[in-house]
Write a protein that binds this ligand. Sequence first.
Ligand SMILES: Cc1cc2nc3c(=O)[nH]c(=O)nc-3n(C[C@H](O)[C@H](O)[C@H](O)COP(=O)(O)OP(=O)(O)OC[C@H]3O[C@@H](n4cnc5c(N)ncnc54)[C@H](O)[C@@H]3O)c2cc1C
Length: 478
Amino acid sequence: MYAADMGRADHLPGDGPTVAIIGGGASGTLAAAQLLRRAAAAVLPLRVVLIDRDGRHGLGRAYSTTYPCHLLNSPAGRMSALPGDPGHLARWAQAEGIAHDGFLARRDYGRYLSGLLADAQRRAWPTAQLSCITADVTSAAQPGPGRPLRLGLAGGAGPVEADIAVLATGSLPPGAPCPVPAGPRYVADPWAPGALDGTGDGRSVIIIGTGLTMLDLAMAVTDANPETVVHAVSRHGLLPREHRGAPVPGHPPVPAIPALAGGPLRLAALVRQVRSAAAQHPGDWQDVIDVLRPQVPALWQRLPAGDQRLFLRRYARYWEVHRHRVPPATAGRIARLRAAGRLHVRSGQIVAASGGPDGVRVSVAHAGTVTDLDAGWLINGTGPAADITAAAGPLLGGLLASGLARPDPLRLGLDADAAGAVIDASGRAGDRIFALGPPLRGTRYETTAITEIASQAEALARHLVTVSPVLARPGSAA
Ligand SMILES: Cc1cc2nc3c(=O)[nH]c(=O)nc-3n(C[C@H](O)[C@H](O)[C@H](O)COP(=O)(O)OP(=O)(O)OC[C@H]3O[C@@H](n4cnc5c(N)ncnc54)[C@H](O)[C@@H]3O)c2cc1C
């Protein structure tokens, strides 16, 4: 385990400039590990400060779960945290003696990430040093040109001075589809620490959303109590597809879609090409999706803004259920819950919600009729917030208000350049504030899974140590 909380906001050990990484989940952890590695290789004294409000350094929201039924949604061969070494995770699991069918438990993956950070910390010391702080960063300001950033912390601690700040703050928590009265029976963020603690009382549970989060929640609450029945509601009622088993040996790989190379792109043409590729490889649509996925950020940037909006409105839900697939073990569990009448999946729009200390009632509109559902609990299991300007907390909201950052044109996240440098209100990419992972959803679309995060962390560390005028020494080429 890395040396957690060895740094206090007012006394950070080590020499050299400071990079403060805000958010200790997978994005922050991998950015920290890559920076430590790069700085040590370049013999660049550096202090890396990893700040997480929940103290979940090395884990974040996805990998702090303690439920063994919560599995990774990609096979181990695609979840290596080190780009260029796809076998790294599988070798780690073997060395740890972890038996698995290709899909590791997410809590094990949390150990893997934490171990990676600990290893980077050990190898980099004393040239580059890591401090972990548990605190909520509520503001970031630059007192003057060329001056370090000043990060304000909730509760009066700090501030932390940093030459560079990296926003690794994850997805913004989802909003409710309609006004929901605040109360103990509404769980607004199921991944907040302890959020599910009361939900195992055997009362029925309504989950908003039918994606991967819903599947995790349904397994967790039905595991906790054999009486629990779940109603999952989304507008389309679509469930994520199941991962196919291992490819048949000797099966020819699906080639990249050639017509997508270069030039301006329209959504209609893209959809046509993808459908045609899937039709040419019947039974292998999963490979078509997987071949397409690494190209998505580049394709996304070639689409006009109107086409991006159309994609979000019309196609995103279909892309998501095909792209974010579930392990066969999860699909089997969900099928059994449905067959036993313990999980009901409904399509419809939640148009009203009410409740008090004893339970909740939601009204679901579908095909011209409205049905009322009563339950003990209502859990929001939908995806990330759709508008950063409405959902940003004090830190991101403050950056937007001060003009140090601006939203991307779709307002899904922050605007940033190819290196992750946050673009300010005047349209200029600065050299002090960077972002990676989910906050870049609007500029890259596919940016939330480990494959993308790991590549971004590596590229960001390379940029900061070898190119950034704030950190890099002339001639440095680590
Ligand atoms: C339940 C779930 C399961 C997933 N499963 C997979 C999977 O199997 N495979 C895959 O590739 N991807 C998966 N993902 C996608 C996931 O987004 C990424 O893998 C990754 O975990 C994202 O990490 P992150 O660090 O960007 O965000 P997070 O894990 O959300 O971490 C962000 C951290 O920043 C902290 N923070 C935010 N704001 C502040 C602030 N102002 N001050 C201090 N701290 C702050 C938060 O408290 C949080 O701990 C899953 C996601 C979820 C939610």
